[in-house]
Design a protein around this ligand. Sequence first.
Ligand SMILES: NC(=O)c1ccc[n+]([C@@H]2O[C@H](COP(=O)([O-])OP(=O)(O)OC[C@H]3O[C@@H](n4cnc5c(N)ncnc54)[C@H](OP(=O)(O)O)[C@@H]3O)[C@@H](O)[C@H]2O)c1
Length: 273
Amino acid sequence: MVVVITGASSGIGRALAEYLSHHKAKLTLAARRLDRLEALNAELGGTHQVVQADVSNQEDCRNLVQSAAAFHGRIDTLVCNAGYGLAKSMSETSAAELRRIFETNFFGTTDTIRAAIPVFMRQDERDGYRGQVMIVSSSVARRGLPFFGAYSATKAAQLSIAESLRVELQPNHIAVTSVHPVGTETEFFDLAGKMGNSTVPPPGKGEVQQTAATVARKMAAAIINPKPEVWPLRPARWGLSIGTLVPGMVDRALRTYRRSINEPNTAPASTAV
Ligand SMILES: NC(=O)c1ccc[n+]([C@@H]2O[C@H](COP(=O)([O-])OP(=O)(O)OC[C@H]3O[C@@H](n4cnc5c(N)ncnc54)[C@H](OP(=O)(O)O)[C@@H]3O)[C@@H](O)[C@H]2O)c1
């Protein structure tokens, strides 16, 4: 199988690359940090393709897909995983910050998919599919988190297009899978804090945190046997779906999380006054 992974230099993307490589898949590893990708490829035996790509740049998305198709001769699965968080209250998020996060998390996804669909259409089927789009969304696609409003919006937008595309592309035998991890041990929360200039604990810290390897294993199973959605922590799927029926109750539960972010971030300001 040939799998293209965006955001392979760290976290979930990297763990997926390791898992699939050990199971003999042929990979294209993409991200902005070329040194990390090359080191990963060397660790995995040096046989994979490495492509430096910034998914917020439409031209990079096109080049990535075209060079992967040329290198391997086909693409079985495109994993749109590249993304980042922004830990900042929605009311303080600037228009530029909002546009920037959509450029990477949402338009990076759609631009890569738009480039890949013609490649899938030209291919013969393998195991019943011409190809598969896998979109790494989040559990927050179903319920926005306080201090992650902009990020949650990008993830909900990814879920919406996954649902639309899945039905549209079904007659062409192209599978579409969305992935909805809960808090996962990666560089995500450190970076989200830096991007939002705040200190953020992962939601449910000490309760629900999965490893990137666990998430990757569940994603790999859905690459081998495509399914509509992957929820690496199964109870999250049911909890969040039921939560949509009782939003006030979920608001109350999330107030604890809001306080855990508010306290460290407001303390220095109040002592300074
Ligand atoms: N960790 C969590 O709790 C969690 C939960 C739910 C969903 N997710 C989603 O999982 C995905 C992977 O995140 P992670 O947790 O593995 O975080 P991570 O360790 O920070 O990895 C993020 C990856 O995305 C890449 N990336 C970011 N911006 C990019 C850009 N403009 N162009 C190309 N690549 C870019 C980074 O590579 P470079 O910096 O080298 O470009 C890196 O490889 C994200 O979409 C995230 O929203 C994470």
